[in-house]
Ligand binder design. Sequence first.
Ligand SMILES: Cc1cc2nc3c(=O)[nH]c(=O)nc-3n(C[C@H](O)[C@H](O)[C@H](O)COP(=O)(O)OP(=O)(O)OC[C@H]3O[C@@H](n4cnc5c(N)ncnc54)[C@H](O)[C@@H]3O)c2cc1C
Length: 476
Amino acid sequence: MMPAGPSSALGQLLSRFGSEVIATSADVLAGISVDHRKLYPGRALALALPRSTSEVADILKFCNALRIPVVPQGGNTGYCAAGTPDDSGTQLVMSLRRMNRIRGVEPLNNSLVVEAGCILKEIQRAAESVDRYFPLSLGSEGSCTIGGNLSTNAGGVNVLRYGMTRDLTLGLEVVLADGRVISSLSALRKDNTGYDLRQWFIGAEGTLGVITAASLKLFPLPKRHGTAIVAVPSVKDAVELLAKLRAGSGDRVSSFELLPRAALELVERHLGARVDISASSPWCILCEVSSSDADDPIEERLASLLEAAMETGLITDALLAQSERERSAFWFIRENIPEAQRRDGPSVKHDVSLPIDRLAEFVDRASDWVVTHVPEGFLVCYGHVGDGNLHFNINQSGETAGKSLLAREPEIRRAIHDLVQEYRGSFSAEHGIGRHKVDELERYADPVELQLMQQLKQLLDPNGILNPGKVLRPRH
Ligand SMILES: Cc1cc2nc3c(=O)[nH]c(=O)nc-3n(C[C@H](O)[C@H](O)[C@H](O)COP(=O)(O)OP(=O)(O)OC[C@H]3O[C@@H](n4cnc5c(N)ncnc54)[C@H](O)[C@@H]3O)c2cc1C
């Protein structure tokens, strides 16, 4: 590559910030330019690696003046291609991976302050080190960052009891497009001093500001778990079982995950992990109850609730984890469904949520539609059913079918999302909009809400430098 001239955007970035902060090597840029699902190959101008909030502010101010687009990136594990550049070669990717300090842990206040580049797993560990619990938990937790989690308002497997990332956030430090810093790392539970601006940035996918740090909530560390995989005849039975477990456990169900047979088979085929549960029912549930009281026999409570469910035919088989090893083995299966799906070949993914009381009816109708209209694919519908969130995915059926399945994605997506809309559900439950679902937002969003989103973008980023083309269509 020719060295950049001083008047080019890259040349100006390099002369202002130096190669310590602006990386340009082809190897580095290749790794950050394509999204996790490899659907959108891009080409970055360079990679900015700031070391402090003030450096983030300087870079943004500079880029705003020169109209250089900036794409914030965390662990690049997102599913909507929101954290990678387009193929123009003009967009600067900004990674906060060097800003990965735990700034402070306050066990008595049940809170901690972390920098945006912290890996989620490290935050969980920091909480555990002071006998506390940070409940955000995703299959990607070893590589995603809290900046990405906040910017996608990530969900995961504990939402049922602890809420989404938004619900776990007390305060944020954010750099605006023009370099101004909002420093609101409050550790307060109660603070009604005007509009709650931090909510603008949570779930904004890097289009309104760059999050540099966050103050997060902690909880008592669970000491005992009851974990089971159970077989259920139908999704309707699963929903009924959830209600019974919540009521019978003192509302201590933390996870309730739907696992279809197809997903169990994929994990066994591609990762060699299997679960020995009767194959007579088409669906399984991985459920977990937990207690922070070390003397609370919560696993026995789960066992007796499942026994009662077995007697009434609500479930047809149950396996209770007898050790921490077995518990991890159950979770390994759940967490590796996306990986097994990826290894199996191309897929069309939907991340939808429905009112829980309409979930079973939706699954029946949507599954019938897939069986009739998508012969080249098979359904792998799993997810956080306790939150009404389904990953309603379709994998290719055979070697040659992959291409035609992907070619039909827009048509399949439209049919599934129209059905979701009919049930007053959401076409994006936890993965966001990114580049992948901009059309969907335009189609399904309330027009007044969409207009306000555009006005907010104009207010905070009038030059449109922050993650252009993500969430909202770029202005010309
Ligand atoms: C195996 C696997 C399992 C997953 N399971 C779940 C799940 O259960 N629930 C769930 O919700 N998601 C899940 N995901 C999706 C993904 O892990 C989440 O969306 C995660 O929150 C993304 O974090 P990240 O650091 O990788 O962000 P990235 O993918 O790098 O970026 C995501 C978005 O955040 C923006 N961004 C990143 N950092 C900042 C910042 N500091 N300031 C402003 N904007 C920023 C980016 O521009 C982009 O718009 C899973 C992914 C995988 C691969």
